[in-house]
Write a protein that binds this ligand. Structure first.
Ligand code: NAP
Length: 487
């Protein structure tokens, strides 16, 4: 990162901010898009909020995220507010507005969740929704469900008055000319059965107040519908209290077709496990966090972040939230992955896996036979399936990979999810000297193996470099030197 006089500052205000993941999102987008911008968290006390915002403007700060406890209080220090943020009553993003000499507030939390559910193929239109919780997040979820055409919404909370308050707030918005009312009318679709507009059905329910139904968590059995879309928006189940969930009753989970837990740590919460065990499909909301950040970044820099960059940033986010203690070695044949991997595993008391051997054991035949009998496509499928299995199960392991493994983008992403990736490099001539007597390298069965190595390396080197975290030079053939560079 090269900070200079033109570098634009963006950041976060909240308290506490020490464990925020937002720098991972924003600084990675800037790095990958070559945008001269740096993201910094600032701890701001409640009684200093106005001074912090005025000071930020005077310091030419381009934009800020806002987190607890300032998401509501910040509204009074803004020069403008987006319609959805006004409706939800919470602001998590400030965008500099030179013409008004201050910041405009947005709520990108709900935009992030909306983008996640679209990407996960969850269609809310015409569906009955159950929202667990009635805090700030639950309010944004309720808003997003109405906006996207849900036909009925239950809000279940320990403190029922808070659920009632959200329902009242939303009825108020739906009975007035608000941003929510307008977008709700726009998004209304026909139902399959009788060609009725969902809006017409819902308008009836709104007038009789049977559209948003607040209930106590203990009364969840009053929900008679099944095929529910459920959102878990309480703070229960968050790591380290991973065995907790606000509703234990299996009958409730049998009614859920799709469950989204706003908690993303652990990756699979108890709520998600119960949804899965009872036949539903469950998601956590790490993508919501990603996309609220992407939406803020796009507002600040007035750009659209390409999908490929979003995927790379998501990978870095996952690596920060779910860190793995594995080591992955990649590189061309003869780069020393097996030798180095075994020595490293022994020295560090880690397990060792050679991915080619692992695949051969799993398939019950050699890789050459898999190629011959099943074809290359099938081999690539097995390779990717194996990496998914290893990603979900490996710990404290050194994984040496086949030379072609990281060449596919999908595999390169999985390898980084498995652990820290080291690329063992060596000059073409050094590789040739190491493998020239080896008779088990089908790729080199040709008249001029050295030229073949040069051609393959030209193609593969940039892909290895992209797939790794660290490059390790093995030209010296000095094992100790290589091990020192990795540990
Ligand atoms: P909040 O305003 O503090 O609300 C907390 C909610 O949890 C309330 O409904 C509260 O019920 C309920 N709750 C707390 N302790 C409970 C208990 N012992 N038993 C039953 N219910 C309990 O928090 P929030 O901002 O809405 O956040 C809720 C969750 O969403 C948090 O875990 C947060 O990390 C997550 N979140 C995720 C994202 C994301 O990007 N993925 C974004 C925002 C929030 P009462 O009203 O009865 O106290």
């Amino acid at each position: 990162m090269n900070i200079n006089g033109l570098t634009r500052t963006i950041g976060l205000i909240g308290n506490p901010v020490e464990h925020t993941l937002s720098p991972v999102i924003h600084n990675n987008i800037s790095k990958r898009m070559d945008i001269d911008s740096v993201y910094v968290p600032f701890r701001v006390e409640a009684d200093g909020l106005d001074k912090a915002i005025n000071g930020a403007y005077e310091l030419n700060i381009l934009g800020l995220n806002v987190t607890v406890p300032h998401k509501n209080a910040v509204k009074e220090f803004l020069v403008d507010i987006d319609g959805a943020a006004r409706d939800i009553g919470a602001v998590n993003t400030l965008v500099r507005d030179e013409s008004k000499h201050g910041y405009k507030g947005y709520n990108t939390d709900y935009m992030g969740l909306e983008r996640q559910i679209k990407e996960d193929g969850i269609e809310l239109s015409g569906r009955t929704v159950a929202i667990l919780g009635a805090g700030g997040a639950a309010k944004a979820v309720t808003y997003m469900c109405i906006k996207n055409g849900a036909s009925k919404i239950y809000i279940l909370n320990r403190t029922i008055d808070k659920a009632r308050q959200i329902a009242e707030d939303m009825y108020g918005l739906l009975n007035n000319d608000t941003s929510l009312y307008n977008s709700f009318c726009d998004s209304s679709k026909e139902t399959d059965k009788d060609n009725m507009l969902i809006k017409d059905i819902v308008v009836d329910r709104i007038s009789s107040k049977e559209y948003i139904i607040p209930i106590s968590l203990n009364d969840n059995n009053v929900i008679t519908e099944d095929n529910l879309i459920a959102f878990q928006a309480t703070s229960i189940g968050l790591s380290p209290n991973i065995d907790k969930v606000v509703i234990e009753d299996k009958e409730f989970y049998k009614k859920i077709a799709v469950g989204v837990d706003l908690i993303y740590n652990p990756a699979t919460t108890k709520f998600m496990k119960l949804v899965n065990e009872n036949g539903g499909k469950a998601y956590n909301a790490l993508k919501m966090l990603l996309y609220q950040g992407v939406a803020a970044y796009e507002l600040w820099h007035k750009i659209s972040v390409p999908q490929e960059i979003i995927e790379e940033v998501y990978l870095e986010l996952k690596r920060s939230v779910y860190p793995k203690d594995n080591i992955v070695l990649i590189g061309f044949m003869g780069s020393g992955k097996s030798t180095v991997g075994k020595a490293l595993a022994e020295r560090a008391s880690m397990n060792f896996i050679d991915s080619d051997e692992y695949i051969e054991n799993k398939a019950g035949m050699s890789i050459a036979d898999i190629f011959e009998k099943m074809g290359e496509d099938e081999f690539r499928r097995i390779e990717t399936e194996t990496l998914i299995e290893l990603r979900d199960n490996l710990s404290n392991t050194v994984l040496a990979t086949g030379g072609g493994m990281p060449l596919r983008r999908e595999n390169a992403i999985l390898l980084k999810e498995i652990g820290r990736v080291f690329y063992l490099t060596a000059a073409n001539r050094v590789i040739y000297d190491r493998v020239k007597e080896d008779t088990k390298r089908p790729l080199l069965f040709c008249d001029d193996p050295y030229s073949k190595i040069c051609d393959l390396m030209k193609e593969r080197r940039p892909l290895y470099e992209k797939a790794c975290d660290v490059k390790v030079d093995t030209n010296s053939n000095d094992l100790e030197e290589v091990l020192a560079a990795i540990s």
